[in-house]
Design a protein around this ligand. Structure first.
Ligand code: DGY
Length: 327
């Protein structure tokens, strides 16, 4: 008898989002609220063929060694910095991820943060709520205009492009950095590719959309923050470790820049007593870029397609390491 393949779902997911998995595989589920592949799943390691991970789950050589029958990893995220992809490739294991389906949700939240920081929405709303409204006033709660200013996109992938497209509504000039030129985007958005130092010095909003890699870890440190305008805003939608947290704290406290919107932090979660929370010019959201009902479901459906393809020996619709198919 051909038994269905065993799949580890590292954390619970709504059943209707991942229904085909329950139909076509045997599913074991790890616990909620605990990062990583939980020790309670260890008895299943020798048999598991498909692994469904969240971005909080580290997959390294040591874990792979313990899963000798593993055929596919499907990460429920576009970023795969939690996975040692090179180790997977060496073993011929395709890694799936979820680009595309989350682009608009992440771009929308980017703009929510840009506007919230530029207009000081949170401290103003807090003042209203806590009885500090007083009289309408000419010089209280002043923020920054965006129309006609310069937006600097660091990393012009799908999300960076979607953020830049939305900037047209604000008639902003768009600068960008990218490993490769994007002539079609330049033509469409009148965007200009520049080096990082130029972008930092010229932009009123700097928005980060690069994957976390050895090259981008700590990309924005003291030297880079000091290059920015004192009226500029930094937005991080990428991964926390792209920014040096201590340098950012100093930059905000000492007025090297005007504010920051962070959907990702280093560490993550940022402890509740972290001094960044005390600063009125910072808005921090708990890594919710893709967190809409529609997007999270679409990500789940794509992650399931990736996983089932890998189990059935088909090419993953969204594969991070296509080299596995060239062997
Ligand atoms: C991702 O997909 O990498 C985001 O950070 C979460 O959706």
């Amino acid at each position: 008898m051909n038994e269905k393949p065993l799949v580890i779902l590292a954390h619970p997911m709504p059943k209707e989002w991942v229904a085909p998995l329950y139909e076509r595989t045997r599913v074991v589920v790890g616990p909620d609220g605990v990062p990583g592949i939980h020790p309670s799943l260890e008895p299943y390691f020798p048999e598991v063929e498909g692994l469904f991970t969240w971005l909080t789950d580290r997959v390294d050589e040591a874990l792979l060694d313990r899963m000798p029958r593993l055929k596919v990893i499907s990460n429920y995220a576009v970023g795969v910095d939690n996975i040692d992809v090179a180790a997977c490739t060496r073993r011929g294991i395709p890694v799936g991820h979820t680009p595309g389906v989350l682009t608009d949700a992440v771009a929308d939240l980017t703009w929510a943060l840009i506007l919230a920081v530029a207009r000081g929405i949170f401290p103003a709303a807090q003042d209203a709520r806590e009885g500090r409204w007083g009289l309408w006033h000419a010089t209280r709660w002043l923020g920054y205009d965006l129309v006609g200013r310069t937006l600097g996109i660091v990393g012009m992938g799908q999300i960076g492009q979607a953020v830049a497209r939305r900037a047209a509504g604000f008639q902003m000039r768009v600068l960008y950095t990218s490993r490769t030129p994007k002539p079609a985007i330049e033509a469409e958005l009148n965007a200009q590719r520049v080096d990082l130092d130029t972008l930092l010095a010229a932009s009123d909003v700097v928005s980060l959309h690069v994957p976390l890699t050895p090259e981008t870890r700590g990309l924005i440190g003291e030297a880079q923050l000091r290059r920015m305008k004192p009226t500029a805003i930094l937005i991080n939608m990428a991964r926390g470790a792209v920014v040096d947290t201590e340098a950012l704290l100093r930059a905000l406290r000492e007025g090297w820049i005007a504010g920051a919107g962070l959907d990702v932090t280093d560490p993550e979660p940022l402890p509740a007593d972290h001094p960044l929370y005390q600063l009125p010019n910072v808005v921090i959201t708990p890594h919710i870029g893709s967190a809409t009902y529609g997007t999270r479901r679409a990500m789940a459906e794509l992650a399931v397609e990736n996983l089932l393809a890998g189990l059935e020996g088909r090419r993953l619709p969204r594969v991070v390491n296509p080299e596995v198919y060239e062997r």
